[in-house]
Design a protein around this ligand. Structure first.
Ligand code: ADP
Ligand code: ZN
Length: 737
């Protein structure tokens, strides 16, 4: 077998420019015939790790997956890229299944998806006896482990595959990463020598927000309206909540469907289908929703009720933004939800179970009350260190820190802790401060204390926040047992005695939780209007083919189209997601929509350099031609000096500059610019021409101006525009007005 260029395959077959982290290494490992264990978060791009090698290998790739509902979508997506894929599961009639297996045996299928139950079917065992298997992929591999949250007894049959095909590389994939589960997978599948790949569980494109649950329905409406152009899932605590919320939203003009385990399977299936096909954009759901869907473009996940555990929370929020585009996660935190959950937990019979559930809920509550980076807390919970000071992608890091004088309130809180005997948790102490008259409080005689009701004017949540701040400041501590009783530390006593002033800082969350990707993440300034037209077209094509819209093109591809405005098949093929098959199938229709939109508005194409020569990759390579030019320019040489030194034409150096700028470098171009009046004439000419193309601008200006000069000014304007964030209004490529 000759070694295929996996980068070429990535572009020609899948349409993508670059591998995501670890993908290339994993693919090389299988191609070298080795077993692999792949741990990646949802959206990390696991499927490609076996799909791409499948195209390089001679025989069949068998994919075992428990998620029957997903198989069809995965297969549709592969077929849209011209990959011969098929599935057999319980939804496929026996006759048809036999035909598919015959096709697979004859080499007419490259990737075959099966459910684990299939391994126990005698006919399927016969099939295995006669087929050339070159790769075995086990998706959702944690299902093999009883330690996992989703044990499937059928997964224990998988060792059959190992015995039958001892030489065939096995790839096990999962998004569940505890070491226990990991060891179990390796042991159960008998792949002790598997190379292990562990990706970061940091979902960089997700922004995390927590909101105090007050006027929550209004806030939810507002949130959904602002995210109206993308899909959203709203997670609720109970079936009834999900039903009621869907009805209330619909009353307000936001069409939402409920989804929970109590609904008729047929209803659930249609809801799922409608959601995947963008026929309904909001689903209110219990946690039951999401397992069976793989929609890459969910833009907003709302937790309307507090989840029970951070594991659950991470998994549910993980369903946002699988395609890597910025997406938002908002959690509404309210003490009543917390009490409801505590109530459930106290009903758990088994003592250890109950203690564990309590502990997990406490971590969830801590997360909701953080005054420090939420991403760092989440990652720490999963055992991953996050060493950046600010993630730039959570409400804490995005919010403004505000200082406030906490002297008086701190004195009140500390006094109340002392007066109640340092035996009570924050809830109780806060009730006392706010003048509560609950039974427990009265029985303890705390309604007669001098501190009773001295902080009536403060909200409960604010007081909780301040207690946490006092804890951070080392003035109070909490007991390690489950009562989490507050006690005043020696520092706290000093503070009370000396009557010192105290300033604390808390975070004022950002007003807007619109998806803001953390810095460093690509975000295109694409044309919204065109994007909507392209979405319409995508939707129509998907309907006609009876597939979900994302199978035609993902949002990333549409955004690129609405940014680069490709006008030819050649430039269309540079768009991410456009492989050979989709180029042939869809280029004409999309190009027509782009042209019809761009022409009357005078929008010109914006060049996108083909992936293989993309400077951002090339620049990183030390000694690359771009890098040499860059270094010389930064060392103070002019363009013509660089050209002489490097023995390259000035035109070539100019093209380096353009690529460097496109890759985000900032170059010292000021010294090369023409004198001010000349510069402003050129600037004006670009604006008048309404185009970045040089010819029409030169025509306006006359022979007195050289192409080289115009080209330089264009590069400079491009750099300026980027620095000023111009084009944020959507008209990215419009020349300066
Ligand atoms: P996972 O199974 O890890 O949750 P998927 O395999 O479903 O993730 O991939 C998530 C999304 O990312 C899919 O829409 C997929 O097409 C896309 N994707 C995967 N690899 C790449 C890549 N190298 N470049 C761009 N998009 C990719
Ligand atoms: Zn943060």
């Amino acid at each position: 077998m000759q070694t295929p260029d996996i980068h070429d395959l990535l572009k020609t077959r899948f349409g993508y420019d670059e591998f995501r982290p670890l993908q290339a290494e994993i693919i090389r490992t299988v191609l070298a015939g080795r077993d692999a264990l792949v741990l990646m978060p949802t959206g990390g791009g696991k499927s490609l790790c076996y799909q791409l090698p499948a195209l390089c290998l001679d025989g069949l790739t068998l994919v075992v997956s428990p998620l029957i509902a997903l198989m069809k979508d995965q297969v549709d997506a592969l077929r849209a890229n011209g990959v011969a894929a098929a599935f057999v599961n319980s939804t496929v009639p026996p006759g048809e299944a036999r035909e598919i297996l015959a096709d697979a045996r004859a080499g007419r299928v490259k990737i075959l998806y099966i459910a684990p139950e299939r391994l126990a079917v005698p006919g399927f065992r016969d099939f295995l006896g006669s087929v050339d298997l070159s790769q075995i992929a086990i998706d959702e591999a944690h299902c093999i482990s009883e330690w996992g949250h989703d044990f499937r007894p059928d997964y224990r049959n998988l060792h059959v595959l190992r015995q039958r095909f001892p030489e065939t590389p096995v790839m096990a994939l999962t998004a569940t990463a505890t070491t226990q589960v990991r060891d179990d997978i390796v042991g159960q599948l008998a792949i002790p020598r598997a190379r292990q790949f562990v990706a970061s569980f940091d979902r960089q494109n997700l922004t995390y927000h927590v909101r105090i649950k007050r006027g929550a329905f209004e806030a939810l409406l507002d949130l959904l309206r602002r995210h109206a152009d993308g899909s959203a899932i709203v997670y609720c605590l109970s079936r009834q909540n999900a039903e009621d919320l869907a009805a209330d939203l619909t009353d307000e003009g936001i069409r939402a469907l409920p989804y929970h385990a109590g609904l008729d399977p047929a209803v659930r299936r249609t809801t799922q289908e409608q959601f995947i096909r963008d026929e309904v954009t909001v689903v209110t759901a219990t946690i039951a929703f999401g397992m069976g869907i793989d929609k890459p473009d969910v833009r907003l996940i709302v937790h309307y009720n507090l989840p029970k555990t951070l594991e659950g929370y991470y998994q549910e929020t993980g369903r946002a933004g699988r395609d890597g585009l910025p997406s938002t996660c908002v959690l509404f935190y309210g003490a009543s939800d917390r009490h409801a959950l505590t109530g459930f937990i106290e009903q758990i019979q088994d003592e250890t179970e109950r203690a564990r559930a309590r502990h997990k809920l406490q971590r969830m509550v801590n997360y909701s009350q953080l005054q420090t980076c939420r991403r760092a807390y989440l990652l720490d919970y999963f055992g991953e260190a996050y060493d950046q000071a600010s993630c730039g992608g959570c409400d804490i890091c995005l919010g403004e820190r505000e200082e406030f004088d906490a002297t008086e309130i701190a004195q009140k809180i500390l006094s109340a802790v002392i007066r109640t005997g340092e035996r009570f948790g924050a809830d109780h102490v806060i009730q006392v401060l706010r003048g509560g008259r609950g039974r427990r409080l009265r029985e303890a005689g705390h309604d007669r204390l001098s501190v009773h009701g001295i902080a009536r004017d403060q909200g409960r949540i604010e007081l909780h926040d301040i207690v946490s701040l006092l804890e951070d400041a080392g003035l109070v501590g909490r007991s390690a047992d489950r009562y989490r009783s507050l006690a005043v530390t020696p520092n706290g006593r000093d503070f009370l005695r000396r009557r010192e002033p105290l300033t604390l800082s808390r975070v004022k969350p950002p007003e807007d939780d619109a998806s803001q990707p953390p810095p460093g993440l690509d975000r295109l300034d694409f044309d919204r209007g065109l994007f909507d037209h392209l979405r319409d077209l995508r939707w129509r094509l998907a309907q006609a083919r009876n597939v979900p819209p994302y199978v035609i093109f993902g949002d990333q591809s549409l955004q690129e189209m609405a940014h680069y405005l490709p006008q030819s098949r050649a430039s269309f093929s540079n768009i991410s997601g456009v492989g050979r098959v989709k180029l042939n199938e869809f280029a004409d229709e999309f190009l027509r929509v782009i042209r019809d939109y761009a022409e009357p508005r005078g929008l010109a194409e914006r060049p996108k350099t083909p992936a293989r020569t993309r400077p951002d990759r090339a620049i990183r390579r030390r000694g690359s031609t771009y890098r040499q030019t860059l270094d010389l320019l930064h060392s103070g040489l002019s363009i013509s000096e660089v050209s002489r030194r490097r023995e390259l034409t000035e035109g070539t150096i100019m093209s380096h500059l353009e690529r460097l700028i496109a890759a985000g470098e900032t170059l010292p171009l000021e010294r090369e610019l023409p004198p001010p009046e000349r510069l402003s004439r050129i600037e004006q000419a670009f604006a008048d021409a309404g185009s970045w193309n040089l010819a029409p601008v030169r025509e306006r200006l006359g022979d007195d101006f050289s192409y080289e000069e115009l080209r330089l000014v264009r590069a400079w304007l491009d750099q300026q525009g980027r620095m000023k964030g111009e084009g944020a209004d959507g008209n990215a490529r419009q020349p300066p007005a």
